[in-house]
Ligand binder design. Structure first.
Ligand SMILES: Nc1ncnc2c1ncn2[C@@H]1O[C@H](COP(=O)(O)OP(=O)(O)OP(=O)(O)O)[C@@H](O)[C@H]1O
Ligand SMILES: [Mg+2]
Length: 272
């Protein structure tokens, strides 16, 4: 067991135990047990179709586990399941996270600012005024460097700007946890590096936790505190640790996966 596996004294934000996920009879993954710690970037990694997006859907309570539980944990350690929470508890739990889905879809019939204000209108403080919501939306857009685009149509944004606008929308309710599904997929390396910086800022300046699905291992080495590796063939997790630890002493297939994407200059430094 590595240092990164030891339970931390502070309760985690989310505790996943024995989770199995299936669509009908089709098992996607089973025996998933891990925490999302406070203030960490946890990357979910694995081949296409292994179940990364499906895992996010379970974490946010959109899908019910075939087995096992996903619990949101309070600072005092008490834990709540999203899928069988009372409506009032569910509303509280939902405010603990923001989500950027893989498609990163913004509503094209609304401006960028209106998109970011939407969660505030739907789930925000009941007595907030339109001016307060607009101010909050501007602050979120400023965090991702998009304040000037407040009144823009989503269709006028670049791919990277759209992803950032989706992140601003996920930040609207100021959640302690963000779920980002493939934030840097399809972006050029510079835009992708800017997104990595944003993720690090969200963690370090705001003490947020970020759960990040990614294929982009360069970006994982840059931002992730820990990597959860889902194996498509074995249909379970095969590793959970800091990326450099996995690179040096993870299971062989995980080392191969991580090594493949290292810049060529560093490949020789890693023991086989
Ligand atoms: N709504 C659905 N109904 C049935 N099967 C689904 C559904 N969504 C996904 N699947 C299947 O579940 C498995 C996991 O899909 P998922 O989208 O979670 O993979 P992923 O790891 O996110 O892949 P990618 O890296 O390509 O985004 C795949 O075999 C997929 O075909
Ligand atoms: Mg996916």
């Amino acid at each position: 067991m590595h240092a990164a596996d030891h339970p931390s004294p502070v309760p985690p934000l989310v505790r996943v135990e024995g989770l199995a996920m299936a669509y009908g009879d089709k098992l996607v993954q089973r025996d998933l047990t891990f925490d999302v710690r406070r203030g960490e970037v946890l990357a979910i990694v694995g081949g296409s179709g292994c179940g990364k997006s499906t895992l996010l859907r379970h974490l946010i309570g959109l899908l019910e586990p075939a087995a096992g539980v996903v619990r949101y944990v309070d600072a005092d350690g008490s834990a709540h399941e999203l899928v069988d929470a009372s409506p009032s508890m569910e509303a509280l739990l939902r405010r603990r996270f923001g989500v950027m889905f893989q498609a990163g879809a913004l509503w094209s019939s609304m401006t960028v600012g209106e998109n970011v204000m939407l969660p505030l209108e739907l789930f925000g403080p009941k007595r907030s005024t339109a001016a307060q919501r607009a101010e909050r939306a501007r602050a979120c857009l400023a965090m991702v460097g998009l304040e000037p685009q407040f009144d823009a149509e989503p269709s006028s944004l670049s791919g990277g700007q759209r992803k950032r606008a989706s992140i601003a929308r996920a930040l609207a309710l100021d959640p302690p946890l963000l779920y980002l599904d493939e934030p840097s997929a399809g972006l050029d390396p510079i835009t992708s590096a800017q997104l990595d910086e944003l993720i690090i800022t969200l963690r370090d300046a705001n003490q947020r936790s970020v759960v990040l699905v990614s294929h982009e291992l360069e970006s994982i080495f840059a931002v992730a505190d820990r990597v959860l590796f889902l194996d498509a063939e074995r249909k379970t997790m095969t590793a959970l640790d800091a990326p450099l630890v996995l690179l040096e002493s993870g299971p062989p297939e995980v080392r191969r996966f991580l090594k493949r994407t290292l810049p060529a200059a560093h490949r020789d430094e890693v023991p086989a």
